[in-house]
Design a protein around this ligand. Sequence first.
Ligand code: PA5
Length: 427
Amino acid sequence: MLHLQIENLSKVGRLHGISKARFRSFCENKQPLVQKVFKLKAKPGYAFLALPDAEANLKNVKKYVKEQEKNGWKNIVVLGIGGSALGSIAVRDALRSEFSKGPKLYVLDNIDPAYTAELLSNLNLAKTLFVVISKSGTTTEPMIQYGLVKEMLAKKFPNNYQKHLVFVTDPKGGLLRKIAKAEKITAFDIPPKIGGRFSVLTNVGLLPCALAGMDVGGLLKGAQNMRDAIKRGKGMHNPALALAAAQFLLDKKKKKTMTVLMPYSNYLYRMGDWYRQLLAESIGKGRSAGPTPINALGTTDQHSQLQLYNDGPNNKFFIFMRLLKHAKNPKVGNVLPEEIGFLNGKKFSQVIDAAYQGTAQALTKRRHPNVTIEVPKVDAKAIGALFMLFEFQVALLGLLYKVDAFNQPGVEHSKQITKKILKGEEK
Ligand code: PA5
């Protein structure tokens, strides 16, 4: 199970941190918010809490994946953006690497003209399944991508291009649903009460990851376990409440207006992109709410960002992710010269962990508040647990900041103007 270490919140002193007593009493006072989130679980947005129990849906996904085996897909390509893409990327990069066997999972979450053309021209279309994902079914990026892909497929496979397409979209509304019906393309649902950035444990994340051979049942199990831990956890020992309380108090009372999420694992890095959207789109509202999320990777960014983090403005809250067991762990022999002889015989896990400790301690000594999420190992259960932890934390932040964590008027505004420009109605 994941574990949240919070002692450095008080170790940095009261000017920049939160004393144990204050933190304890704040968390105890806010405990009813945890129950409130559970009570709201049938409401739009909060419905993410029920997703780990959607067994019938999981069965459906597995059945479809089994049926697809006969096609021997080598490439699964997601066309989607934002909440329709970032979850799959986080799961893929956690559970797969460029060296993994099995179908490759590409997530085309941008409309860069050259990259789009390069990717599509390098795929063997006969061995490629495109998963078009859009809740609204009208977002410009996936729709133009779909248009291009549909044209290519229809040209190459005029009699059965549908075989190469599957949609994930709203059960009733939106253009994708309409196209699916008209062209007899298989379509999976996104529950109407779930918004994009909370949708990774719906078919949005489950379908492409299952098609690429990942353990999606494990994701749901991990999320269930975390949900139970959050339900049981009291006060500052509740991981979602403690994380939300720390972020809220540090932002509002200590001017830590930025949150750096820094895993010490390549496999957890893209979780940072997913969390960045979750936090920014959910809480960045009303001009006064919204810590700015920043991604960093340990140890890589120690050699890029750490100077600023240590000696620059004290306006950041750090969430480290420390991996306790690495899937593989090479050890260097006694081959290095005396000057760096302290590295001889060391396992890579020892070195990366020492670097994490060095960074956390240096930041603490310089009074930068930080917490650490200890992750036992990277597997589907741990990733599912992280999704649930952060989603619950952000739901709590919505209540603490008193903003609607589940809408995104700022995103919609830009989407509308873009459409007007493309229609020639606005310059
Ligand atoms: O979280 C959100 O709601 C957004 O980021 C959406 O996921 C994103 O804009 C894509 O929308 P859609 O899935 O409707 O194409």
